[in-house]
Design a protein around this ligand. Sequence first.
Ligand code: MTE
Ligand code: MO
Length: 241
Amino acid sequence: MAQTVREPGPGTPVGRRVFLGLVGAGAAGILWGAKANDFLERTVGKLVSKDGTGLSSLLPIGRFRIYTVTGDLPSRSKAAWRLKLHGLVDQPYVLTYEDLRAMPPLHVTRDFQCVTGWRVHSVGWTGVRLGDLLDRAGVQPSARALRLTSFDGEYTESLTLEQARRADVMIAYQLDGSDLSSEHGGPVRLYVAPMYGYKSLKWLDTIEVVDKVIPGYWEQQGYDVDGWVGKSNGRDDRPTS
Ligand SMILES: Nc1nc2c(c(=O)[nH]1)N[C@H]1C(S)=C(S)[C@@H](COP(=O)(O)O)O[C@H]1N2
Ligand SMILES: [Mo]
């Protein structure tokens, strides 16, 4: 059965030791998508039971890992999905998936990088610019930031208004030309291209416009609220290339 990983927090050593620990413990498995899961069973399963030398070469370079902090992959159909946008706005609203798809699309292609050290090259995202969604509601002068929540019931994220209005920040409904799968946070997730993956909240539910930054799930555990790619977040294991 496919299982998922909760990203290790800052200060947790990552790499082969934790990877072996996860596989060995069996408490938290790893899901890299169906194909990779086959690969895991066929290849890694055997090697782990040997001495594990060279195992780091089997880390899924070029592939996403599927993260969820709840131990669960929530799912919501496109028909049932709603985006609630409220807070310090003139016109709070509720948007359907169809409403979202009717808005002007934005495409961004960028490497996707998790702060724990894995990276997927040149991933294409399609969605709606977050700034357009804010304009639709009319942001009030006292507003400074956004608080975003997930329908997984636990994950949260934050962005300053300035960050949210960037041309490369969107709520995304497609990944590499296909509708966003449930495991990748579909039907709709946040995508913050210039920042580490933890900013890109999956299973988007609510956007609240607030008067100050409220640190998100991993940020309460030490990650930087300004998660620009290139900042180390206190880790020494990020890719150097
Ligand atoms: N709701 C939710 N969103 C989340 C996470 C999560 O655990 N739950 N993990 C974050 C982290 S740390 C990363 S690197 C990316 C991973 O995206 P993926 O699971 O589509 O590979 O999602 C981010 N968004
Ligand atoms: Mo991450």
